[in-house]
Every structure is written in C-alpha cells, then in structure tokens.
Write a protein that binds this ligand. Structure first.
Ligand code: PEP
Ligand code: MN
Length: 343
C-alpha cells in the first residue's frame, strides 16, 4: 500500500502517518521528494487499513498495490483452475454447455428437455426449484419436489445438475440433491449465503450481479474461497446500463478481464443477459470467442408453456445450432466442446 501525502503536508502530519503505519504492524518506506512525500506500508495488510490511513489529515490518497481478492487472484494461483462437477470438468481447456429450463415444471417437461439438450451436446442440466421472482405472486418454483425431479432426470441422462439456492436455510437441502449450487445475480452480495454454500464443499456457480462491478464480484468470490472451497465457477449474465433494447447488457469484456485477474473458470449466460431467444446464440458465441469456459443457456420445448422466462428459452433445434456453432468457435480459440458423459 502506498500513502501519497498532499503537496503541502506538514512534517507533523508525515510523522503521524509514519507512526500510525507502525502501530498497524506494518513497516515504513519513506520517500521524500521535492514537493511531495510518498510513504510505502509493507507487511500483512488488512482491508480496513486503507480507510484508517485515508482518514488522516494531510493524506491525499492511499493506493493498494495487491488486489483485495487474494485467493481468487492469479497472483495467488497462476494456472487456470478446473472444477469437477459430477465427473464433468469446468475450466482448463474445454468448453462446457449447461442447458435446461429456467424452472423445473414437471418430470415430463424436464425429461423432454434433458433428452434433447443432451443429444445436442449439453453436459450439465440446469433447472430452478427455488426461483427469485420480482413479484411474490409469480411462480416461485417447485421446491424440494423439483429437486427430486432434477436429481432423477440428471441421473437418468448421466448429466450432473446445477440449481439455485436462495436462502441460507435451504443450503443443506439443495446440497443433498445438486452437484453444483448456483448463487443467482440477486444474491451475489448475500455474504452469509456465500459463506454457507462455501462451507458445503460442493462446487458453486456464482452469477455476477447485474449491478456489481467486476471488483465487487471478485470480492464475493473470495467469500466462497475463504471457506476453503476452491470449487468455484463464475458467470457473466448481463448488467444494467442505460441501454433498454434487451433485458440486460451482456458485458463480454468481463470475461477476459476476469480471466486475466483470476484463475477461476468463467461462464457466460446469454439467456438472462438478452432476455430474447433470437439474440442468445450470438452472445454465446461472443462469450466463447472472448475466452469463456462454457455457456449456461435456457432451453424449452414449449416456451409458451414455461412458467418462467419463456421469451428467452431456445427451442431445442435452436440449441442444437448453438451447440454446433459454439463447438466451431471453441476450436477456433484452441479449445474443444466437452461432450456429455457416457450413459
Ligand atoms: C437463473 O439462472 O435461473 C437465474 C435466475 O439467473 P440470474 O440469477 O442470473 O438472474
Ligand atoms: Mn431464468
């Protein structure tokens, strides 16, 4: 951390900063220029140290040198990490398709959708049993009945399953059924929930919030990792901007930025990013071209019967086309589409 003193800082102010750095258990490296004094603080820093020093009179700016997220950072772990989800590897070279309906609606629907997305190349099945809905009067998901269906259908088609958990009280329940626990955009800064899913030791699929910066998002990732759970996968799913043509704005730049700064697998979710099926494939391809390790996408054989997010659900034949083109883009960037497990 570097403390930049104001141009006219007094000797007393400089001495006070030097003493305060010492009292925090850090060592001092003083650099006195003609106009300005710069003080380096070296040692085991805590997040609160920055604001303590910023509050001192005569300090212009405190600049952290190390990234605030340690465990997520590439400084900590150089190589790309790989997360095993029920036998399917996420990150580290392959491109994985996660597909399924927004919500689990019935066994028949889920079986139909799972059969088709698997045949097209999806290795992991998605489906929500607890849905975060804007209105309390909207369909909220099937709960544990939905989880049972998801588990059975996943096993039938040899597809590991991912589903959202919204509440700390449901973490154990969802962890009993799912291979990977999804934290949705709306809970990206629910720190108790992040710590709780971290503690399960299960793979975690953490969506970026639609109003979180990359830095804030990576601090959320740190909550999971700091529970000694390194099975973490990130996902860009669109952010709120001034643009209103689509549901959200797909922040494709987040993919290379996060991959540059961290070692974690990064997915994209073009379904929630766009909100409309006609744009999903283009965004999926852009995400993979930008370096994404996989794509999560919503598919429904009968979108008009979907209880949730019908307008963005791909028809099975659209998903088949997406999978074929994702495989081609993956090849173009030196990767390979990961095939579903053997049945
Ligand atoms: C979902 O994947 O079902 C979902 C609700 O996504 P998000 O949290 O990104 O809105
Ligand atoms: Mn959805």
């Amino acid at each position: 951390m570097i403390v930049v003193m104001q141009a006219g800082a007094s000797k007393a102010q400089i001495n006070h900063v030097v003493e305060r750095i010492g009292s925090l258990g850090l060592s001092v490296h003083l650099s006195q220029g003609e106009f300005r004094t710069i003080i380096g603080a070296i040692g085991d820093k805590k997040p609160e140290h920055q604001s303590i020093l910023e509050a001192i009179d005569g300090v212009e700016q405190v600049v952290p040198i190390m990234r605030p997220y340690k465990l997520a950072s590439r400084e900590f772990h150089k190589a790309d990490s790989q997360v095993d989800v029920g036998g399917v590897k996420l990150g580290g070279g392959g491109v994985v398709l996660i597909a399924g309906p927004c919500a689990i609606e019935s066994r028949e629907f889920l079986r139909t959708i799972a059969a088709s997305v698997r045949a097209s190349g999806a290795a992991i099945l998605r489906g929500g049993a607890f849905k975060p809905r804007t209105s309390p009067y909207s369909f909220q998901g099937m709960g544990e009945d939905g989880l049972k269906i998801l588990r059975e259908v996943g096993d039938e088609f040899a597809m590991p399953v991912v589903t959202e958990v919204m509440d700390v009280r449901d973490v154990d329940l969802v962890a009993r059924y799912a291979d990977m626990l999804q934290i949705g955009a709306r809970n990206v800064q629910n720190f108790n929930l992040l710590a709780e899913v971290g503690r399960t030791g299960k793979p975690v699929f953490l969506k970026r919030g639609f109003a979180t910066t990359v830095r804030e998002y990576l601090m959320s990732a740190e909550y999971v990792l700091s529970q000694d759970n390194h099975k973490l996968v990130l996902c860009e799913r669109g952010i709120k901007t001034f643009e209103t043509e689509l549901r959200f704005t797909f922040d494709v730049s987040a993919v290379p930025v996060i991959k540059h700064d961290t070692h974690l697998p990064v997915f994209v979710d073009p379904s929630h990013a766009s909100g409309r099926r006609e744009f999903v494939t283009a965004l999926a391809l852009a995400g993979v071209a930008a370096g994404a390790d996989g794509v999560m996408v919503e598919v429904h054989h009968c979108p008009e019967a979907a209880m949730c997010d019908g307008p963005q659900a791909l028809y099975p034949e659209m998903f088949e086309d997406l999978a074929r083109r994702v495989a081609a883009v993956a090849k173009a960037v030196g990767k390979e589409l990961t095939l579903p497990k053997e049945r």
